[in-house]
Structure formats: C-alpha cells, structure tokens
Write a protein that binds this ligand. Structure first.
Ligand SMILES: [Zn+2]
Length: 500
C-alpha cells in the first residue's frame, strides 16, 4: 500500500509536475511569443534631412574623402538605398514631398510663395493622430508656418531670419520676384541670410528634446542647412580635403549671393577653383556629420528608427551649372537615403531606384499608423531585405518656374534617366536627353539619337506629368490621382512636336 501510495503519490506528483511544466512552458512560450502577441510600443522616429547633400559625396556611397564617418556607421547598421531620387531639385517642393508623400505638382508647394495645398495632411499630423509627440528643429529658408511645413508639429523650432517666418504667400511672391531681380545683378540670396544656421547648434537642441522624458512615442524632424551655399571654411576639415592654400584667383564662396553670380563668368571656374569649392562644400558636409553624432548621442538606439536623406544635390560645374534648382542631372537630384533601427536589418543595400515620395509612407509603416491612402509613394519596408524583384517603379522629379509654361522634368526608370526641359510660350521643341546612368553616372553621353525606344521613354515622362496636371484639384485630398505613367507615345508629345 505504502509503496502503492508512494507510487500513487509519485504519479500525482508527476502529474502535478507535468501540469506545472506545462504551465511554465506555456508561460515561457507566452513570454517568448510576447512580441508577436502583445504589440510592442511604437518606436521613436527621427528623420534627418540635409540640404544639398549629394549621395556621391558620402563615404557610404563610395566617396574617397572622409566626409561622413557617422553617416557611414548608420549605413552599416541599416539599409542603404543606392539610388534615391528627390522629387524636386530645390528645397521647398522636396521637403514638402518628404512630409506629404506627394509629387510637388500635387502638394502644390512648387514656388517660394506657394504653400502646401489646404486639406492635405502631413506625416506629422498623421503620426500625431496615432499618438505621437511631434517636433521639428529645422534650418530651412522656406519654413514659414504659412507655407505648411509646420503642420502637425507640437513643437516647431526654425532657425531662419524673422522676415521669412512672418511672410504670407503674397509677400513670398514679392520676395521671389525680388530674388529673381537681384539674381540678375548678383547681390542677394535668401539663403545667404541663413548662413548662420549651425549643424552642431541644431543637433544640440534636437538631442536635448530627445532626452526629455516622454509618455508618448516621438517623431522628430531635423533639417541641417550647412552644406548649402554660401560655403564656409569649416576648420579643421577644409585643410584635410584641400591641403594646399586656396587659389588666389578664387572668388569668395562665403559671401551672400548665388554661386553663379560670384563667378562673373563660368570661365573663372577653373579646375583649381572647382577643387577649392568642393573642399569647402565637403568641409560643410563633414561638419554636419559632427552634428549627426551629437544628435544620435541623444537618442535611444534600441527603440528609435533613424532615417537620413537629403533634399536635393548640388552642382559644381557639371553640365555647366553651379548650385541646384537649374537642371535635372543626377548631381542635382540624387540623394542619400539610409534607414536604421531596432527592426531593420544591418548592411543591406537596395540598388533599384526609389523616390523620396516613399519616405512618408515608410514612416507611417514603422509607426503602425493609418495610411490615408492618398499618397503617391509607398512604404519601403517590404524592400528592406534587399529583394526588390517586381517592386521597381519610375522615379519622377520636377521643377516648375515662375513662367508656368516652362519647366524641367526627369524620370529614372531602370537603367535609363530621361531629362526634359520645356520652353515657355514658344513652339520650340523641348530639350530631351537620355542617359544610361548606371554605366555613365556623370551623364556625359546623351543616347537620345541612338536609342530605338527614345520616343517611348520621352512620352512616358511627358504623359506622367500631363496626367498629373490634368488631375490636380480636390482629388489630392479625396484620393489618388491617375498618376501612373502611360505606355507609348502620347497625343501630348505629338503636340509638343516630338512626333510628326
Ligand atoms: Zn535645399
């Protein structure tokens, strides 16, 4: 009996132990599975945009001089998009795209006096609605709240002269006209007034904000302006990139007027002057990278998604241009795009072209926030494993001028880059160029006359924008415009004189 009892006790005990093992195993399984069963807290999100930052001047994109050691480290810890294209070649329309996920012709902030269209919500508004605390610390000439970039930010800190903050669209128009007139005589540029915006100062303010205790997840947008013209000599970095003295014949690139006006004639942009200008620019990029270190030091990497990009590029004599906003070659529109964070794989490189249209929906995806379904871009998260098969889409860029019938347009589609300049008020045929940008990244060989598909490519670019302009209006707020590019030559192209 006793033995039996013992056996029975042992059996009971075994059953109890089995039950406990089951309970413990289940509890352990629940703990292990907790991230899947119980939603983890939404991550903090930090978006950094750097003005005028060319992708090919960053170390992680193959640049030789050590301009971006911190950004390179971020790249190694995350996903780098090898071919990211801005939607515009100047600031306001490009950053408005970052915030809205819309093409410039749809958000309408296409001139320095044009705000983001009423009724269009920004990613900051959408994240705030999803429970985020939102903050922008930005140095942008066009950061006046009236232009719409401040929408949705609980805290909006901008480092520009007061005149830009107070202006309304009508005053913006006057300023734009004044800038245009002054550019003719070469003595004024609004960006010169922002030369004091300092990456380290900006980063300290951003890091201080991040260190404050918060009950909600945070969305922070920081925009650094330092690499923008005028170029300062950032010591000690300039000397690292340009050990010899600055050429005596060089103009002063630190004074306040447009770069093209500093050089009275392009003949003055000698190889020595160009080397000097590039070293000044690189020193500003390197200084901005110092700011990046301070900013990253303020955040909790274990719970923060970091996205770094640029708003457009900068030309240094390529295709006869200086600065930006003047044409659609890659030096003016290709920017870095890097994402890092706790849920992001390390060391992934995505080679297929992507557009900055995709940034806003990607941020919403990370935040698990509702996507309004009206954005032109799509989340890049599905491409984070580097497998981009079947996901490639053309990347479009546009620049509208004050003369509404004039403009520059661009499409990167696969290995082809099509650029188009449409002339105002004349029947002059548009200038079109097509480049194999993968084998000719400097875009020195126009293939238009030698490609059998030249008309189809040009038509695809033109049709895209023709459809965009036809569908402008309430549909931007209500739903998606019919912006998918068409195939084959269009009537619009025929009207422009391509096809006879
Ligand atoms: Zn810019």
């Amino acid at each position: 009996m006793l033995t039996h009892f013992r056996v029975a006790e042992s059996a009971v005990g075994g059953a109890v132990r089995r039950v406990w093992r089951t309970v413990l195993a289940g509890a352990f399984a629940l703990l292990v599975a907790a991230p899947a069963l119980v939603a983890s807290p939404a991550p903090d999100i930090v978006m950094v945009s750097v003005d005028c930052l060319r992708a090919d001047h960053c170390g992680c994109y193959g640049y030789g001089p050590k301009t971006t050691p911190i950004l390179d480290a971020v790249s190694r810890s995350g996903v780098r998009f090898e071919s990211a294209l801005a939607t515009a070649n100047w600031t306001l329309p490009s950053v408005a795209t970052l915030l809205t996920g819309l093409h410039p012709s749809r958000h309408a902030a296409t001139h320095s006096y044009s705000p983001i269209r009423d009724g269009i919500s920004t990613v900051a508004e959408q994240l705030r609605a999803a429970g985020y605390q939102t903050c922008a610390i930005v140095a942008i000439t066009f950061s006046a709240p009236a232009l719409g970039l401040a929408r949705g930010f609980d805290f909006y800190d901008t480092r520009v002269p007061e005149v830009f903050l107070g202006y309304r669209p009508i005053l913006g128009f006057v300023l734009a006209a004044r800038q245009w007139m002054c550019s003719m005589i070469g003595n004024w540029s609004p960006n010169a007034d922002c030369a004091s915006a300092d990456a380290v100062e900006l980063a300290r303010a951003a890091a201080d904000w991040l260190r404050k205790p918060a009950a909600k997840p945070r969305f922070l947008w920081v925009h650094f302006l330092d690499p923008h013209y005028p170029y300062e000599n950032r010591k000690p970095y300039y000397a690292q990139f340009h050990p010899e003295p600055a050429p005596k014949e060089s103009p002063d690139f630190s004074i306040g007027s447009d770069a093209n006006q500093v050089l009275k004639s392009f003949d003055e942009f000698t190889p020595a002057v160009r080397k000097h200008a590039l070293a000044l620019y690189d020193s500003e990029v390197r200084y901005t990278d110092d700011g990046m270190a301070i900013l990253l030091g303020g955040l909790n990497r274990s719970r923060t998604i970091v996205l770094v990009t640029g708003d457009h590029g900068e030309a240094f004599g390529e295709h006869g241009k200086l600065g930006h906003g003047s044409d659609m070659h890659l030096e003016q529109i290709r920017v870095p795009l890097i994402v890092s964070g706790p849920s992001v794989s390390a060391g992934v490189v995505v080679t297929e072209p992507v557009s900055l249209l995709d940034v806003a929906p990607t941020l919403l995806d990370f935040a698990r926030a509702a996507n309004p379904g009206t954005m032109d871009g799509g989340s890049l998260v599905p491409r984070f494993d580097g497998d981009t098969a079947g996901t490639s889409r053309p990347a479009f860029t546009e620049r509208q001028t004050m003369l509404l019938t004039e403009g520059d347009y661009s499409m990167v589609d696969g290995g082809r880059h099509v650029t188009m300049h449409v002339y105002p008020f004349t029947k002059h045929e548009p200038d079109v160029a097509i480049y194999d940008w993968k084998t000719d990244p400097g875009e020195t060989h126009n293939l238009f006359d030698s490609l059998p598909e030249n008309l189809a490519l040009s038509s695809r670019l033109h049709s895209h924008f023709a459809r965009m302009y036809r569908t402008l209006g309430g549909d931007v707020v209500q739903g998606r415009a019919a912006s998918d590019p068409g195939e084959g030559p269009s009537d619009d192209l025929r009207k422009l004189g391509y096809l006879r």
